[in-house]
Design a protein around this ligand. Structure first.
Ligand SMILES: Nc1nc2c(ncn2[C@@H]2O[C@H](COP(=O)(O)OP(=O)(O)OP(=O)(O)O)[C@@H](O)[C@H]2O)c(=O)[nH]1
Ligand SMILES: [Mg+2]
Length: 306
């Protein structure tokens, strides 16, 4: 059985392998001087930590170490500590008991992992005995409802669906009203993927939120934005644009397993801090983990197996 640490380590393997092998070449028992700091900063930037966050991490790292001899393990430990400190404020706890039903709206660009994350999360909550329903709000893409049917059946969750090209907001209204009547604990609303620059679809999203509020005035209780970790620095702009359209309260960073850009969380922490509720580390139903800054930073620097 693979434990959480190993799984996260495997998920971040592409990023940590890249950092580790480059780091060995850079350090090799060197003294910490400005040339070394510059190389380390470039290494962080290449792992998508972002320019601002990298500069801050290197500043913290060099403070007590300048002009001292250092090994690559010491460098890793020190960088992991700095990254962990930076990521700590992003940790968030997913708690659904404050309202019944607790309505979670899932938004994000095309293919970023909204539907998959809803499936994974529904399964987690069903295992805790919660009554979970999913609204197939993506009525645009052919196959979107079928994809959710598969996930809902895997997760053992109820599905509310409409006809293809039917009005998404109308479906949300009917489904949420039914979920209230049925006494569901948690309702996930899936939405169609939309690019930040497509105003028509962005307006649609606002309409969905307005309609949700007609049924439950304080809903959505959580709006989660899925960010594909392989996107790189564009992630920061996605967070900013979606925040302008709707009240994004949290992030799910998906596809960290397929990415050599796991540093993106540091860029987010520095440039558009938003709570990170979960990280996606694979395509299977169990491949969703709670985000823990210290473990994440250790895995990123490949320290978990040392
Ligand atoms: N490797 C990996 N793949 C993932 C992860 N999350 C989602 N995927 C895959 O990414 C692809 C897109 O996922 P979806 O859940 O359909 O994304 P979506 O945001 O609902 O997409 P649209 O509805 O088209 O906007 C699928 O092939 C998923 O299996 C992850 O954490 N790791
Ligand atoms: Mg989808």
């Amino acid at each position: 059985m693979v434990n959480f640490f190993q799984k996260l380590g495997l998920g971040l393997k592409k990023t940590s392998d890249k950092i580790s092998s480059n780091l060995k070449d850079i350090v090799l028992k060197r003294k910490v001087d400005s040339a070394l700091l510059e190389e380390l900063e470039e290494l962080l930037i290449s792992a998508d930590v972002g320019v601002k966050a990298s500069a801050k991490i290197i500043k913290g790292f060099s403070a007590a170490r300048f002009e001292k001899q250092i090994t690559d393990i010491e460098v890793k430990q020190a960088l992991a500590l700095e990254i962990s400190k930076m990521l700590q404020p992003l940790e968030a706890e997913f708690e659904t008991t404050s309202s019944k039903p607790f309505v979670v709206l899932m938004v994000g660009v095309n293919g970023s992992g909204k539907t998959t994350t809803i499936g994974k999360l529904s399964s987690k909550l069903r295992q805790k005995g919660k009554q979970v329903s999913i609204v197939a709000g993506d009525t645009f893409r052919a196959g979107a409802t079928q994809q959710l049917e598969v996930w809902a059946s895997r997760a053992d969750a109820k599905l509310y669906k409409g006809a293809i090209n039917s009005d998404s907001a109308g479906l949300c209204f009917d489904a949420l009203s039914a979920a209230v009547k049925a006494g569901d604990d948690v309702v996930f609303i899936d939405t169609a993927g939309r690019l930040q620059n497509k105003t028509g679809l962005m307006d649609e999203l606002k309409k969905v939120v307005r309609v949700i509020k007609k049924v439950c005035p304080d809903a959505p209780h959580l709006t989660l934005l899925t960010i594909d970790a392989t996107t790189g620095q564009n992630a920061v702009s996605q967070v900013e644009v979606f925040k302008q359209i709707t009240q994004v309260n949290g992030l799910v960073i998906t596809k960290l397993d397929g990415s050599a850009k796991g540093g993106i969380l540091a860029a987010i922490a520095e440039e558009c801090p938003t709570p990170v509720y979960f990280i996606g580390v694979g395509e299977k139903i169990e491949d969703l983990d709670v985000f823990k800054a210290e473990e994440y930073a250790s895995s990123l620097l490949n320290l978990s197996n040392q």
